[in-house]
Design a protein around this ligand. Structure first.
Ligand SMILES: Nc1nc2c(ncn2[C@@H]2O[C@H](COP(=O)(O)OP(=O)(O)OP(=O)(O)O)[C@@H](O)[C@H]2O)c(=O)[nH]1
Length: 314
């Protein structure tokens, strides 16, 4: 008899901590002797976090967003993958930081997939340290505000992450804002680095039927996809850089929301994978050889960011 594979969707804005949560969920699943697969959707043209999931079954959808251009690709890839890999017990889907999870659910409840997979939960990861700024009329754009709201509204569990970067008073304000938006009964947990009781993450919190219903009620409303203002730019042929200069350059780009990739640092040319999120640069040394590249993600990014980088570093 066909089994429906439980699906865990991890959603949340750029750099909020989705991959951090996903990594823990994958480890937990494996500890329970389950065979996981990961569907990873990236806005950038290259997955620069490969090393995090070295030994896992992975479907990569790069260079676009499931919620807009590549929903069809996701359906097809997933159907083909599940036909081939009957041993998979559990599927994790990490959307891009700008995906509307309802549209991922929509793809999963399509007739070609509804008998194969069953959405158990939509985990919304919120960057608590930037939430108020991203919701501010003065510091953020309408598209970003709407996107964050959609993600919070669609979640069946909310993780207010990056607690370590803010104080209690600020966290209280974030909770108040999120409480107003979330669906009734949706649990909120506060975390640093996504550390949370794993059982909370794996609870089945979604009835697919309800979502199908919600989807229909949305269809008569606004169509928010296809017109998002986000861009991902891939830069190659990166020279070795000074860490401080690179960090300063990242912080100086007003339209840059997120960056990641591989770099070599001068003077030794040691290779690092880097993450830039919430205004912080994090570097992890790499043992294997990789070709340096930057993925820059932002709202309103254009050629001038490329020129600025070239002027500074070549
Ligand atoms: N200080 C702090 N940093 C965190 C926390 N959670 C994640 N990070 C860091 O934030 C950066 C982004 O984390 P990811 O888990 O890659 O975020 P993401 O949501 O997958 O990012 P996208 O790839 O943009 O979708 C990494 O450098 C993490 O180590 C946290 O609770 N506190």
């Amino acid at each position: 008899m066909d089994k429906r594979i439980p699906v865990y969707i991890i959603t949340g804005f750029l750099g909020s901590g989705k991959t951090t949560v996903l990594k823990q969920m994958v480890e937990h699943a494996k500890a329970k002797q389950l065979k996981p697969a990961i569907l990873l959707n990236e806005l950038g043209a290259e997955n620069v976090e490969k090393q995090l999931f070295d030994n896992e079954e992975m479907i990569e959808l790069l260079d676009g967003c499931i919620c807009c251009t590549i929903q069809e690709d996701m359906k097809e890839e997933l159907v083909a993958f599940l036909e081939k890999r009957q041993d998979i017990d559990i599927l994790f889907i990490e959307g891009t930081g700008i995906a509307n999870p309802i549209e991922i659910v929509e793809a999963l409840t399509h007739p070609t997939l509804i008998n194969k997979v069953e959405v158990h939960t939509i985990i919304g990861v919120v960057d608590s340290s930037r939430y108020l700024e991203f919701q501010s009329l003065f510091q953020s754009s309408k598209e970003i505000r709407e996107m964050l709201k959609d993600q919070v509204k669609a979640s069946s569990l909310l993780i207010l992450n990056k607690k370590d970067l803010i104080n209690e008073k600020e966290m209280k304000k974030v909770i108040e804002r999120v409480e107003r938006l979330k669906q009734k009964g949706v649990e909120i947990v506060q975390t640093s680095f996504g550390e949370v009781d794993k059982e909370l993450l794996f609870l089945k919190r979604v009835q697919t039927e309800e979502w199908t219903y919600q989807k229909h009620s949305h269809e008569h409303g606004h169509h928010h996809h296809h017109d998002h203002p986000f861009q991902a730019i891939k830069l190659e042929h990166i020279p070795a850089m000074d860490k401080r200069m690179f960090e300063k350059w990242l912080k100086d780009q007003p339209k840059l929301l997120r960056a990641k990739g591989y770099i070599a640092l001068s003077p030794d040319h040691h290779l690092f994978s880097f993450q830039f999120a919430s205004g912080y640069l994090q570097l992890t040394p790499l043992d294997e050889k990789v070709v340096p590249c930057l993925i820059l993600i932002g709202a309103g990014l254009d050629q001038s960011v490329v020129e600025s980088f070239r002027n500074r570093f070549s």
